[in-house]
Ligand binder design. Structure first.
Ligand code: B12
Length: 215
């Protein structure tokens, strides 16, 4: 079927680190009116495959970064396809997302942000190296439902704990739910620090956000 072909093409473009082809497939997906969430799920599968090969030493860092670039180029186009009107109609909740202070990894966080958007959340992306105060300020400003924080390094894991402690100190622990993820994060760590949710990847992050908000 035509629908499946465009999604497969996108998956293949990422596996081939081909930015132009990823963009082309993303545009086709929009033209054909295909569900962007399905497209992002497929792209995440491709990135995961690249990640696994990287872990096994079959692929190297440049491959991962190039695949990430192809994924991000496609995501940007897919995001444009989610119209403002659709976002407002769908709005399942407001989410502030960022990578914690001291950490500049953003590929995974960007994927999660795109997935959340395509599932109907309004997402405010604060970028990388985000101080705790900035997460909290923005969450207050936009009346967020969830603060989603990414941490890729063991060194920055404690920042997530500090974020939750700071929210409690400010008596905001019940106001903003906290969802965490990233390479160094586990469900055990989420339980230990009292996070409201943990997601292994983009699609799971969207499921967890829906569960947290009962959306
Ligand atoms: C790419 C990469 C880089 C790139 C980053 C490019 C970029 N724009 O992000 C560059 C080269 C810049 C880089 C730099 C560094 N890196 Co680096 N990097 C990686 C690498 C190879 C892949 C990360 C990645 O993008 N994975 C692919 C994405 C798709 O996966 P992901 O990030 O895990 O995200 C998914 C999930 O975790 C989840 N998720 C992510 N965030 C969130 C958030 C929420 C809320 C939820 C629910 C889910 C979720 O969903 C995502 C999508 O599926 C990892 C190794 C690895 N195997 O992870 C090392 C790694 C993370 N880096 C590491 C290190 C040490 C560094 C440096 C300090 C190196 C140095 N000495 O300079 C610097 C960091 C500087 C800093 N202050 O941050 C270490 C961390 C070790 C540790 N455990 O502490 C790792 C593990 C490598 C290693 N084995 O040593 N790095």
């Amino acid at each position: 079927m035509l629908v499946e072909k465009s999604i497969k093409d996108l998956e293949q473009a990422i596996l081939n680190y081909n930015i132009e082809s990823a963009k082309y497939s993303a545009k086709k997906i929009l033209d054909e009116g295909i569900d962007t969430a399905a497209a992002i799920k497929a792209a995440t599968k491709a990135i995961r495959e690249i990640g696994e090969k990287f872990h096994k030493g079959i692929l190297f860092l440049p491959h991962l970064v190039m695949a990430g670039d192809a994924m991000m180029a496609a995501s940007k186009i897919l995001e444009e396809g989610i119209s403002k009107e659709k976002r407002e109609r769908l709005n399942k909740g407001n989410i502030v997302i960022g990578t914690v202070q001291g950490d500049i990894h953003n590929i995974g966080k960007n994927i999660v942000a795109t997935m959340l958007k395509s599932e109907g959340f309004v997402v405010y992306d604060l970028g990388e190296d985000v101080p705790i105060e900035r997460f909290i300020e923005k969450a207050k400003e936009i009346d967020a439902d969830i603060i989603a924080a990414s941490s890729l390094m063991t060194m920055t894991m404690p920042v997530l704990k500090e974020l939750i402690e700071e929210l409690e100190r400010k008596d905001l622990g019940n106001k903003f739910k906290v969802m965490i993820g990233g390479g160094s994060i586990t469900q055990e760590w989420a339980n230990e620090i009292g996070a409201d949710g943990y997601g292994r990847d983009g699609p799971e992050a969207a499921e967890v956000a829906k569960r947290i908000l009962g959306a």
